[in-house]
Design a protein around this ligand. Sequence first.
Ligand SMILES: [Zn+2]
Length: 84
Amino acid sequence: MSTDATPTERLLNALQLTRDTELDCDAFHALLAPLLDGRIDRTDVLHAMAHHRLTCPECDEETILLRAALGLLGFPRADEAPAG
Ligand SMILES: [Zn+2]
């Protein structure tokens, strides 16, 4: 049991996400707020979420709506994977 895992890491571990995991909608929803907060810095997770949005119009729309709501509140965009 690791004591230095971040909350996001613990969430990912709880969801048992691995490199090859395909997200389901429940996992996507659990990760959406951390994603938009910029708290997910694992590119494999970012890619998995991007892939889920391509395959799931509902989650894609929810992401757009939530991001727009945050944008209206003046939060910076933080959901793009950093270069490299
Ligand atoms: Zn979905």
